[in-house]
Design a binder for this molecule. Structure first.
Ligand code: M6R
Length: 614
C-alpha cells in the first residue's frame, strides 16, 4: 500500500528517489511523484498511473539538481487515482511537501477546520491536511521535526509520513504509526523508505523504527524521537540480502524468478533448525518450553495466500501436536468476540509483517492475554516486533505481488513450529521427528526436479488462455492448494476461478460442470487409501459431465491415468508435504496464462503487495 522514499546526501536525489520508487512500485502503482528541495525552493512532479508515466513527465519537464528528495508510489484510498490526488502534496504556498502511506481517520474533521480558516484544498486526499498542518506549524516558528511531532499528535489512524520543507533544506523528516518506515544508514547520506529494497543498492545497514516515532535524517546522521519529542533509540540491523535479490536476474517477471527460487527458499528456511543431536532449534523463539506446554489452543490468523498456508498447517499441527487448531481470516477475527486467553497460542502468518488486518488481529489477541508468535519474511517489520516470538522464513525479498515462495516457506515454518511443539510436549518421539525432518529436507530437491520439467504446464496455460472459468478441486491438505491455485489465477489473469473441497462437489459445485470446463484436481498420494479413492470417484463424476480434467498426481499413480485429460506429475512426498509440491504447477500455470493474456504479472490491477490499511 504505497511506497515511500526519502533521501539526504551528496548524490543527485532525483536518481536515488526514482530508483527507490522503482523497487517499491510493487506496493502500489496508481500514481507516482517526487519532490526535491534545493537551496531555494521545492520542486515537484507527479503523474497518475505507473512510474513510467512519471519518467515521461520528468523527461518533458526536467527538475533542477538537488541533494534532498522524497517520492511516492500510490495505492489509492482517499481520492481517485488521478494526477490531482497523486503525492507529494504541498501546502498552498509550496513550502512543504509530504508523502503518506495509510489512512488518516480524522481527516474530515481536520479538513473542515482547515477550510474554515481559509485553506483551499487542491486534492481529495486525507494526506493534504498534513501538508497544510505542517505549514501552519512552520509558520509558528517550529522546525520541520518539531512541526511533524506536533502534527502527528493530532492525527488518528495509520500513517507513514515523509516530508521536506523549503525553509530547511538539510533534512527529511519521517513519522510512523501502524505503517512501515525503515531508515537506511549510509556514509554521508541517509535514506527513509517503506522497505529496505528502496535503498539496498546504497546500504545494507538499516534502523528499525518503533510505533509513534518521528525520525529526522540529515547528511550527518539520524535522530529518532517519540511524538512528544523525547529521544528514543531505533534498532539497527544488517539486511541479509543484497541488490541482486531485488532484481529480476534475467527473468521476465519477479514472480517467475520467485517461483524458481523456491527450492533455495525452502532450504534456507530449514537451514540450521535441526541439530545433529536430533533436536529442533528455533532461534527466534522467545516463548519458553513451559509456556508452550501450557498452550491448549492454537489460532492461526492471516490473510490471502498466508491464510491458505495456515489452512495447510492446521492438518500438520493437529496431527503432530494434538492441540486443537483454528485458522481464521485476520480481518474477521476481532469482530466476533473470539474466545482467547493466556493459554491460547495465536500464530500470525504474514510475508510482509505489515498487513493491517493481521496486525490488528494480533493486537486484539494480545489484549486478551494470548501469546502471539508470528511467522514472517520481513526483518524489521511491525508484526515480529509486536509478537512474543517469531519464526522468520528465509525466502528473501518477495517482490511480485502474487505470493509464491512466501507461501511455501510459510508452510515450512508452520511445520517447524508444529514439530517443535510436538517435541516439547512429547506428542512425537525423537525418531519420528527425525523422519519427518528428513522428508521435509528432501523437498528442495523434489521442487527442483518439478521445476526442471515444468514446460508442459506452461504449454497448457497458453492453450487455455481463452478459458473464461477454471475450477480447482482438492481434499485434505490439497484443499487449500486448490484455493491457492484459484487465487493465483484470479489475481493474475482476472478470470473466474474457484477452489472447492472435492467432497463438497455434490453439495452444489457440480452444477457448474459443463463441456470443456478446465478443472484442476489435486489428487492425494496413494498411501491415503480412502482419500485417493474418493478423489478418483470425483474425477470420474466431473469427467462424466464433460469437464476437462487436469489431474495433479504423484509419480507412479497409474489409477488416475484413464480419467486425466491432462496429467501433471508431482514428486512422491507424504500427504502433509504434498502442498509444497502441488502448488508449484498452479503458480506456473497462473503466471504463464497471465503472460499469454498480456497482463502485468508483477503488478496486477487494483492490487498492492502489502495491504497496510484495513
Ligand atoms: O504480507 P502478507 O502475507 O500478510 O499478505 C497477505 C495477503 O495480502 C497476500 O498473501 C495476498 O493475498 C497475495 N497477493 C496473494 O498472492
Amino acid at each position: 500500500m504505497c511506497g515511500i522514499v526519502g533521501y539526504v546526501g551528496d548524490q543527485q536525489a532525483l536518481g536515488v528517489v526514482v530508483e527507490g520508487l522503482r523497487r517499491l512500485e510493487y506496493r502500489g502503482y496508481d500514481s507516482a511523484g517526487v519532490a526535491l528541495c534545493d537551496a531555494v525552493r521545492l520542486h515537484a512532479r507527479k503523474r497518475s498511473g505507473k512510474l513510467a508515466n512519471l519518467d515521461k513527465v520528468l523527461d518533458e519537464q526536467p527538475l533542477p539538481g538537488a541533494s534532498i528528495g522524497i517520492g511516492h508510489t500510490r495505492w489509492a484510498t482517499h481520492g481517485a487515482p488521478n494526477d490531482r490526488n497523486a503525492h507529494p502534496h504541498l501546502d498552498a504556498a509550496g513550502r512543504v511537501a509530504v508523502v503518506h502511506n495509510g489512512i488518516i481517520e480524522n481527516f474530515a474533521a481536520l479538513r473542515a477546520e482547515l477550510e474554515q480558516s481559509g485553506v483551499e484544498f487542491a486534492s481529495d486526499t486525507d494526506t493534504e491536511c498534513v501538508a497544510h498542518l505542517l505549514a501552519l506549524e512552520l509558520d509558528r516558528g517550529l522546525d520541520l521535526t518539531a512541526a511533524m511531532q506536533s502534527v502527528c499528535r493530532r492525527l488518528e489512524g495509520a500513517f507513514t509520513l515523509v516530508a521536506t520543507a523549503a525553509a530547511d533544506p538539510s533534512r527529511v523528516v519521517g513519522a510512523r504509526r501502524n505503517s512501515p518506515l525503515v531508515v537506511g544508514l549510509g556514509d554521508g547520506e541517509n535514506f527513509l523508505a517503506s522497505d529496505v529494497a528502496a535503498f539496498i543498492a546504497h546500504t545494507r545497514q538499516a534502523l528499525e523504527l518503533g510505533q509513534d516515532q518521528v525520525v529526522t535524517i540529515t547528511r550527518e546522521g539520524v535522530r529518532v524521537t517519540d511524538f512528544d519529542g523525547r529521544p528514543v533509540e531505533g534498532t539497527a540491523y544488517h539486511v541479509d540480502w543484497d541488490l541482486s535479490a531485488a532484481e529480476k536476474g534475467g527473468y521476465d517477471w519477479f514472480m517467475r524468478k520467485e517461483i524458481y527460487e523456491q527450492p533455495r527458499a525452502v532450504a534456507d528456511t530449514l537451514l540450521g533448525r535441526f541439530t545433529r543431536e536430533g533436536t529442533l532449534q528455533l532461534d527466534e523463539m522467545r516463548l519458553s518450553d513451559d509456556e508452550l506446554r501450557e498452550v491448549d489452543k492454537i489460532i492461526v490468523l492471516a490473510c490471502g495466500t498466508s491464510f491458505y498456508a495456515g489452512l495447510v498447517a492446521k492438518y500438520a499441527i493437529e496431527h503432530w501436536t494434538r492441540i486443537p487448531c483454528e485458522v481464521e481470516l485476520a480481518s474477521e477475527f476481532r469482530y466476533r468476540d473470539p474466545i482467547v486467553d493466556h493459554s491460547t497460542l495465536v500464530v500470525a502468518i504474514s510475508q510482509s509483517g505489515e498487513t493491517m488486518d493481521t496486525l490488528q488481529a494480533i493486537r486484539h489477541a494480545r489484549q486478551q492475554r494470548a501469546r502471539v508468535l508470528s511467522i514472517c519474511n520481513t526483518n524489521g517489520s511491525t508484526m515480529p516486533r509486536e509478537s512474543d516470538a517469531v519464526i522468520y522464513t528465509h525466502a528473501g525479498p518477495e517482490i511480485g505481488v502474487a505470493s509464491t515462495k512466501g507461501f511455501l516457506t510459510q508452510i515450512v515454518a508452520c511445520y517447524l513450529l508444529a514439530l517443535y511443539l510436538a517435541q516439547v510436549r512429547g506428542t512425537k518421539f525423537g525418531d519420528e521427528i527425525t523422519e519427518i525432518m528428513d522428508q521435509i529436507e528432501a523437498v528442495p530437491a523434489a521442487l527442483q526436479k518439478l521445476l526442471d520439467g515444468i514446460g508442459p504446464v506452461e504449454e497448457l496455460a497458453r492453450e487455455l488462455s481463452t478459458a473464461r472459468s477454471v475450477l480447482f478441486l482438492g481434499r485434505h491438505a490439497g484443499y487449500p492448494v486448490a484455493l491457492e491455485g484459484a487465487l493465483k489465477l484470479k489475481e493474475l489473469a482476472y478470470i473466474h476461478a474457484e477452489g472447492f473441497a472435492a467432497g463438497e462437489l455434490k453439495h452444489g459445485p457440480i452444477a457448474l460442470m459443463e463441456e470443456g470446463l478446465p478443472v484442476f484436481v489435486v489428487v492425494p498420494p496413494q498411501g491415503r487409501d480412502q482419500l485417493h479413492e474418493k478423489m478418483v470417484n470425483n474425477i470420474q463424476e466431473i469427467r462424466a459431465r464433460g469437464a476437462r480434467t487436469i489431474v495433479l498426481a504423484e509419480e507412479g499413480d497409474e489409477v488416475v491415468v484413464p480419467y486425466a485429460d491432462t496429467l501433471i506429475r508431482l514428486p512422491r512426498v507424504p500427504t502433509l508435504l504434498q502442498p509444497l509440491v502441488a502448488t508449484v504447477p498452479l503458480q506456473v500455470f497462473a503466471c504463464e496464462l497471465a503472460t499469454a493474456l498480456g497482463h502485468d504479472v508483477d503488478q496486477p490491477r487494483n492490487l498492492a503487495k502489502s495491504v497496510t490499511v484495513e
